[in-house]
Design a protein around this ligand. Structure first.
Ligand code: ATP
Ligand code: MG
Length: 663
């Protein structure tokens, strides 16, 4: 049995190598961002395949976002591994379900629910006489998704939701009714939602021994990246895949758990050795991704996190040469911020930083609009990465349908020109349109042509049918072809990825942390982890910016994010007094620590904002305010009836108060 070709393991440090070469699972790598977890597992797969421990086809590697799965495939290809599967949990489940489905349920047809889920929940709500406003429906849908991902059925839902203290848009029993009705309507329409993919695949493996046997003969080696974000439904599927075996490698960083609102938990990662006491455990501390300047900022960001579980308190040690210090910038309004970011990006492009090495990251997708506009105006090509968004685009759907039809007709003629001809039919012009939405459509279609060119160049006798099959596979794995341009992505979509230059934008209270997290400790911590994920995407150049107002000329009513506290260098102009401030009632109206505008009576009394740690006790005041909010919600009375600001102030300053009994 030959060992690896020389060189494969040379690119790993001793700890990474120990994890990569462990002859079989269980293996667990617990480490911070940029320490080479993904690199370690891709090398591990390559090592196991090359040394003959396992055939490439027996490897199933899973992760959580389509982009991350695509990245893993690209890295495996670069290591010369062909035939190992790297997919998201959902894409892997979908593929297996397609294969097993006839044996599990017979020839009943089914379809993926896709974008119509909200409509179906709306129908269910309508039948039950429940509210159907878009916002409430979104929250209700979120609850159903959370329940399914957490393996909580409608019967148990009310009790579990109440035990966990979930903030519910409707009473628990009503949501359970809705959940039941949604399932009923979905079954009648022969539809499956995303969560069903996991649940049905798990059931197929658990209940059909022949299916399980066939599966177990096929896959032997399991690898999970980003394991900190596993949900109970995914864990159950993983266990069904394993079927009592233990050739499992997991890697993750509990500080990057960013899906706990959807039921994910770092517990399985942190408890891995309890479950597998014989596991090889490796911790990595060297950060190979970012400059020491970025690493130090990342350490500060996550060092401020509260309630970090044991096992997640790792400090990153930067390995790369020094780079520029992170840049902080405050703007009057969002358009000014976007224009300035576009200007900076232009400078980077002029300095020969490739477009594919630049990203603008934001908290919510709606923020992309301002950047799309500013970048278009500056003539900078960009691609909005939502993964699935690419295949949901109208022109891409039209193109796929045209290509499918053409492929079914077994057309003659050379394949790199045939695709172009077909796509011309759906709007691909010879020359690109000048900019804006039309240019974006053109870019998307061109990406399809480039994929065809790539296929023709790398595959003997590539055909249209083969190309369409590749596209279908990418669509189900939500792995869009690459379009040259800078990246616009949400922080969630950016997990696991890296760029030379990263612009974290919109770092204002209400956006990051997002408004609805305010007053909920665990939600705020999740927002902080998102910020940490954002900071750690940058290799070299990191810009952090925010705007004081949404609209040009608007009142500067917004504050920079509480997470920036203590990060901005003392001598930075934004460190003390922001450029634009309401010119109201003298010096008392500004925080004496960070200089931002004070608006609550309580803050004015204290002379500082509640985002800055109190001198009295670190954030005690903020906690009291949150507590007051909770009480108010429970009692369904206006907050001031429960606690007046004067009372809070007294408690924070440890003075006696008449309302003491209420504490
Ligand atoms: P994240 O938590 O963000 O997913 P990660 O731990 O998975 O990060 P990787 O993406 O695997 O980190 O690695 C980060 C960067 O560091 C990559 O560019 C990778 O190629 C590089 N890298 C990792 N290990 C080494 C090493 N031993 N020598 C040189 N470069 C390395
Ligand atoms: Mg990774």
């Amino acid at each position: 049995r030959s060992t690896s070709r020389p060189g494969l393991l040379e690119g790993l440090d001793p700890e990474q190598r120990a994890a990569a070469c462990a002859p079989r699972g269980p293996v667990c790598v617990l480490a911070g961002a940029g320490t080479g977890k993904t690199r370690t597992i891709t090398h591990r797969i390559a090592y196991l395949v090359r040394s003959g421990h396992v055939a490439a086809g027996q490897v199933l590697a899973v992760t959580f976002t389509a982009r991350a799965a695509g990245e893993m495939r690209a890295r495996l290809r670069a290591l010369g591994v062909e035939g190992a599967q790297a997919r998201t949990f959902h894409a892997a489940a979908l593929r297996q379900l397609r294969y097993f489905w006839p044996r599990v349920v017979g020839d009943r047809q089914w379809d993926l629910i896709d974008g119509n889920k909200l409509r179906l929940v709306g129908q269910a709500a309508n039948r039950l006489g429940m509210p159907t406003e878009a916002e409430v429906l979104r929250d209700l849908t979120g609850e159903i998704e959370w329940a399914k991902a957490s393996l909580v059925g409608p019967d148990d839902y009310p009790a579990v939701a109440s035990r966990l203290g979930r903030d519910l848009p409707e009473p628990g029993t009503r949501i359970a009714e809705l959940y039941r009705m949604y399932e009923k309507l979905k079954n009648e329409a022969q539809l499956l939602d995303f969560d069903d993919l996991l649940l049905h695949t798990t059931a197929a493996l658990e209940e059909h021994s022949a299916v399980a046997q066939e599966f177990r003969d096929r896959y032997r080696c399991f690898v999970v990246d980003e394991y900190q974000d596993v949900t109970p439904a995914q864990q159950r599927l993983l266990d069904a895949w394993l079927g009592g075996r233990d050739d499992l490698t997991v890697v993750g960083d509990a500080n990057q758990t960013i899906y706990s609102f959807g039921g994910a938990s770092p517990r399985p990662l942190l408890d891995f050795t309890r479950r597998f006491p014989e596991a090889t455990v490796v911790r990595l501390e060297r950060d190979y991704r970012s400059t020491p300047q970025v690493v130090s900022l990342a350490n500060q960001v996550i060092g401020a996190a509260r309630g970090r579980p044991a096992g997640s308190r790792l400090r990153l040690v930067g390995q790369r040469p020094d780079g520029p210090p992170p840049r902080f910038a405050e703007y009057d309004d969002e358009a000014a911020e976007a224009a300035a970011v576009a200007g900076r990006i232009r400078d980077l492009l002029d300095a020969d930083v490739p477009a594919s090495e630049i990203a603008v990251l934001y908290r919510v997708n709606a923020q992309s609009e301002a950047y799309e506009q500013a970048l278009s105006e500056a003539g900078i090509p960009y691609l909005v990465r939502g993964g699935e968004r690419f295949f949901a685009r109208r022109e891409v759907r039209q193109a796929m349908s045209a290509l499918r039809t053409a492929a079914a007709g077994e057309p003659d003629g050379e394949f790199v020109p045939l695709v172009r001809r077909i796509l011309a039919g759906v709007g691909l012009t010879e020359q690109p349109p000048p900019g804006g939405a039309a240019k974006e459509r053109w870019d998307a279609l061109l990406a399809l042509v480039e994929l065809a060119e790539e296929l023709a160049a790398t595959t003997e006798g590539a055909t249209l049918a083969r190309y369409v099959a590749e596209l279908e596979q990418r669509a189900s794995a939500q792995h869009p072809p690459t379009v040259e341009g800078i990246t616009l992505a949400s922080l969630h979509a950016a997990k696991g990825l890296e760029w030379d230059a990263v612009f974290l934008v919109g770092l204002a209270e209400g956006t990051l942390p997002i408004q609805r997290a305010d007053g909920d400790d665990s939600a705020i911590e999740e927002e902080r982890r998102l910020f940490y994920v954002g900071v750690t995407r940058a290799r070299q150049y990191l810009s952090l910016s925010w705007a004081l107002s949404r609209s040009p000329g608007g009142r500067p009513h917004r504050r920079r994010s509480r997470f920036l506290y203590g990060l901005i260098p003392e001598d930075h102009p934004a460190a003390r007094v922001p450029r634009t401030q309401p010119r109201a009632a003298g010096s008392k109206s500004r925080c004496r620590l960070c200089g931002s505008a004070l608006n609550a009576t309580l803050e004015v009394k204290l002379g500082r904002c509640t985002n800055c740690p109190a001198d009295v006790d670190e954030n005690l005041l903020a906690r009291l305010k949150e507590w007051r909010g909770d009480r108010a919600r429970q009692l369904k009375v206006p907050a001031y009836v429960v606690f007046t600001d004067a009372t809070l102030l007294a408690i924070a300053e440890q003075r006696p108060t008449d309302d003491r009994a209420l504490v």
